[in-house]
Design a protein. Structure first.
Length: 43
C-alpha cells in the first residue's frame, strides 16, 4: 500500500469519526481490535 493510499484511508476513517458514522468506521478495524482512547483507557 502506498503512502497516498494510507493517507486516504486515515482521512476516510477521520471523516467517519467526525460524522459519527461508526458502522463505516468499523470497516477499518479487525474483529479483535482494541481502541486506545488514551493511555490506560481502552474500548
Amino acid at each position: 500500500m502506498s503512502q497516498d493510499q494510507i493517507k486516504a484511508q486515515i482521512a476516510a476513517a477521520d471523516a467517519a469519526i467526525n460524522h459519527e458514522d461508526f458502522d463505516a468506521l468499523m470497516a477499518f478495524y479487525t474483529e479483535d481490535a482494541t481502541l486506545v482512547v488514551k493511555p490506560g483507557l481502552l474500548a
